[in-house]
Each structure stands twice: as C-alpha cells, then as structure tokens.
Design a protein around this ligand. Structure first.
Ligand SMILES: C[S@@+](CC[C@H](N)C(=O)[O-])C[C@H]1O[C@@H](n2cnc3c(N)ncnc32)[C@H](O)[C@@H]1O
Length: 226
C-alpha cells in the first residue's frame, strides 16, 4: 500500500495559521493529564533521563516532558512541525532539541543513546512493513534496558460515515485516494509487534474512547531486552 508520511507537512502548513490548532491537534493540557501524566506516574516509567519523541509535531508533548524533568529530543518528518516546535519551545522558555527526520531512518541519532523512546501517536501513522522498521530503529537508539512508551489508537473504529467510507477492515488501514494514512491495529497484535523486535511489555492499559467518534488508545510501556 502506498504511503505519504511527508504529506503531514501540508496539514501543518495550514494548522500553523489556524487558531483552532495548537499543533497537530488541540487540547494538549487535557491530553497531558489524561494520557501522559498517568504514564509517567507508573513505576515502569523512568523518572529522569534522555527521551526521544518520535513524531513530535509542534512539540506540545516534548515541551511538557522537559517541564517534567526529562532531557528531550523531538523528531518529525514535517519541516513546518519542527519550525513550529522550535517556536513553541522558545515561547515556553524550555530547552529542547527538535530535528527534521524520518523515524524510519533516524541516521542523525546514535545507537544506544536514549533512555526513553516516546511514541506520541506516530506509530499509528506507520504502515505495513515500515512498522517493523520503526520498532527496530527504536531498539537501535535505546540504551540496554531502555524504555519504549507508546500511546497509539487501537481496536474498534466508530460506526460513523467517515469510518465506513475510509476504513478498510481487512488491512485495518484508513485509506484516502489509494494512500494508507493510519493503521488501527488490534491491541494484542500491536503488543506482538513490539515483542517481536526484542522488547518485554511491562505495563499495558487500554484507555477507552472519550466519545462515540473517538477510538481507544493502547498505552504500553516496554523494556528493551539486552
Ligand atoms: C498524530 S501526529 C502527533 C504529533 C505530536 N506527537 C502531537 O501529539 O501533537 C503524528 C506525527 O507523526 C509525524 N510522522 C508521521 N510519519 C513520520 C515519519 N515517517 N517520520 C517522522 N515523523 C512522522 C507527523 O508529521 C505528525 O507530526
């Protein structure tokens, strides 16, 4: 299936000038409290260290992780997202590094150089065999016993027109004009993908959908087996 990861840049170009968006979406303060703070508070999540956010967008999560005490690098394929993230970090007066990079490559990131890899909802953008490449790259850049923390859409899709029109139940992909833009896997299948590249899953939660138009999130923490 065809992909267009760089296509996210067109969305950022528009959203940067739209007051309804704080980044890829909006409502990050609420998202932080609902999704990320509970994750940090689990015993499985390291309380400090070097954290790489994969698909950091406009840096909204990365900035909050800096404020929570982590040393953060954010990468994203979209140049407009990275420019926006640098601007947002300056406004928030936090020190973070943002790099334009493809998470399927990450040549800029040295092997075994991070304590934590954070998937701030990028993994569900990655399609087909690229998903294994994404996970193998994460295993490469993590230190021994490094932590992968993911938050990714999963399981049932809403029963509304948008999903009926765009979701292919066989591949579990959202497809627009022949381009696969999202993978909504079964949570057990996603956990299997993670374990297959040498991680042990140490904490799992399925966060239920907020409303009838929302999807559940698989929130998982996995440790790299050295
Ligand atoms: C759903 S958005 C989430 C963005 C951000 N983490 C947030 O919470 O606002 C997914 C992000 O992944 C990025 N992305 C998608 N494919 C990518 C790739 N191959 N390499 C790097 N970033 C990618 C997109 O540009 C987008 O910023």
């Amino acid at each position: 299936m065809q992909t267009d990861y760089i296509g996210h840049d067109r969305a950022y170009q528009k959203r940067r000038n739209d007051p309804n968006y704080e980044g890829w979406s909006s409502g990050y303060a609420e998202d932080w409290l609902r999704s990320w703070q509970p994750m940090i508070q689990t015993t499985a999540f390291p309380k400090q260290g070097k954290l790489l956010e994969l698909g950091c967008g406009a840096g909204n999560l990365s900035i909050r992780f800096v404020q929570a005490g982590y040393e953060v690098v954010g990468v994203d394929i979209a140049p407009n997202a990275i420019a926006w993230a640098i601007e947002n970090a300056a406004k928030a007066e936090v020190k973070a590094t943002f790099l334009e990079a493809d998470v399927l490559d990450l040549a800029e990131i040295a092997d075994s150089s991070f304590d934590i890899a954070l998937d701030g909802r990028c993994f569900h953008c990655i399609i087909g065999s690229d998903r294994r490449r994404f996970l193998e790259n994460i295993a490469r850049i993590l230190k021994p016993n490094g932590i992968l923390a993911i938050n990714t859409m999963c399981n049932e899709v809403p029963k509304s027109t948008y999903w009926l029109d765009n979701f292919d139940p066989r591949s579990r992909q959202i497809i627009h004009d022949g381009i696969a833009t999202r993978y909504i896997g079964d949570s057990n299948d996603i956990l299997q993908e993670i374990m297959q590249v040498g991680f042990r899953v140490i904490d799992v939660e399925i966060v239920p959908p907020k409303d009838a138009e929302d999807l559940a999130d698989l929130r998982a923490i996995a440790i790299k087996l050295s």
